[in-house]
Design a protein around this ligand. Structure first.
Ligand SMILES: Cc1cc2nc3c(=O)[nH]c(=O)nc-3n(C[C@H](O)[C@H](O)[C@H](O)COP(=O)(O)O)c2cc1C
Ligand code: SF4
Length: 325
């Protein structure tokens, strides 16, 4: 039986406990002087590092601009990102960047445009490595560009990026050897994805291909649509977390994170202590209380996320009722 405070070694990195802060885009934060990132981001992530996360995965950062230092990759942004990585390390917390590729209609892209997207993905991950991050997670979830590549129903491409499952993963698997050679042995490469693409067996097949080609970590969310349906009796977490547990059974040899609606100590312990998954991914509960990790590890009280119908961090984090309390 695993314990919440057990360390987990992933590609030579010791993740000090089983609690992950999931990527959360900070819509209402402002960068410094017109830049995307700023000191507000440093404080935000440092508080969650101090607050007990074993692994922090930063909010989605767009790969575009990584090659020429524009977009979210200006020199100033990179200084902020470097500081975030450093602050996390000060608390012994492992830290990864989440890398995304916008929301394009992938069927309308030329092969050349896809190849150039791959160049940006390589540049972004290599930059993350140089800035001191322990890994990069590619955002293959939530219906965005990379998700559309792996979704069998959406992807109608007729070149080497479409048709077979192997081809649909090529957007990442095609650059994995280069990523490995440019980032070193200990740099974790992860994927956030869902089970249903559009059927559950498709998600498992894709995840296994990622596993076989050297992806280190699968962070389970949803793909083109949310996994609905019931969870088995006695399973005290929601359908998305259940999806993570099913994914763990499918891939088995690499660590899997399950997430979605994990707001109580009981739920977090349930997933880890039954060995359903390796890591518990926490989103809004970490927004409501930056010290959620320490509270769960130490069985102490914390400020609860209210589970608002639509999280106010999507629009204005200052209105979050947990924060105002
Ligand atoms: C405001 C907000 C922003 C989010 N941004 C991202 C993101 O950048 N990347 C991502 O993969 N998921 C993102 N998510 C999804 C979360 O990572 C998480 O999977 C989701 O909130 C469910 O977990 P929870 O119930 O613990 O919050 C976001 C969620 C919220 C509420
Ligand atoms: S706005 Fe609501 S759902 Fe979002 S973190 Fe705050 S309490 Fe939780």
């Amino acid at each position: 039986m695993s314990k919440l405070q057990d360390a987990l070694v992933i590609r030579g990195n010791t993740v000090k406990n089983r609690i992950v802060m999931e990527p959360i885009f900070t819509f209402s934060f402002h960068g410094d002087d017109g830049h995307f990132y700023g000191k507000q981001h440093i404080e935000h992530y440092e508080a969650r590092a101090r607050g007990g996360a074993g692994l922090i995965i930063l909010q989605a950062t767009q790969c575009f601009g990584a090659t020429d230092g524009t977009g979210q990759w200006t020199d100033y942004d990179k200084e902020i990102l470097k500081a975030i990585a450093q602050k996390c390390h000060n608390y012994g917390v492992s830290v990864m960047m989440q890398l995304a590729c916008g929301d394009s209609d992938i069927n309308a892209l030329t092969t050349g445009e896809v190849l150039s997207m791959q160049r940006e993905m390589v540049s972004a991950a290599v930059t993350a490595f140089k800035l001191g991050f322990d890994g990069a997670e590619f955002h293959f979830a939530h219906g965005y560009t990379l998700c559309k590549f792996i979704d069998a129903a959406y992807n109608k491409r007729t070149d080497e990026f479409g048709n077979s499952a192997w081809n649909r993963t090529r957007i990442l698997t095609g650059i994995l050897p280069e990523l490995r050679s440019k980032t070193g042995d200990r740099f974790m490469l992860g994927v956030r994805m869902g089970e249903f693409l559009p059927e559950s067996r498709d998600g498992f097949e894709i995840a296994k291909l990622f596993e076989e080609t050297g992806v280190d970590l699968i962070n389970v969310s949803f793909g083109m649509k949310f996994p609905d349906g019931d969870v088995p009796e006695g399973f005290i977490c929601g359908p998305m977390a259940y999806s993570g547990c099913r994914m763990k059974q499918a891939v088995d040899s690499i660590p899997v994170i399950a997430a979605g609606g994990l707001r109580t100590e009981e739920q977090v312990r349930f997933l880890i202590e039954h060995d359903y998954v390796d890591l518990a991914g926490i989103g809004t509960a970490f927004l409501a209380d930056p010290a959620f990790g320490n509270a769960v590890l130490g069985s102490t009280p914390f400020t609860k996320c209210r589970g608002c119908e639509r999280c106010l961090w999507f629009t204005d984090h200052t209105l979050c009722p947990a924060r105002k309390k």
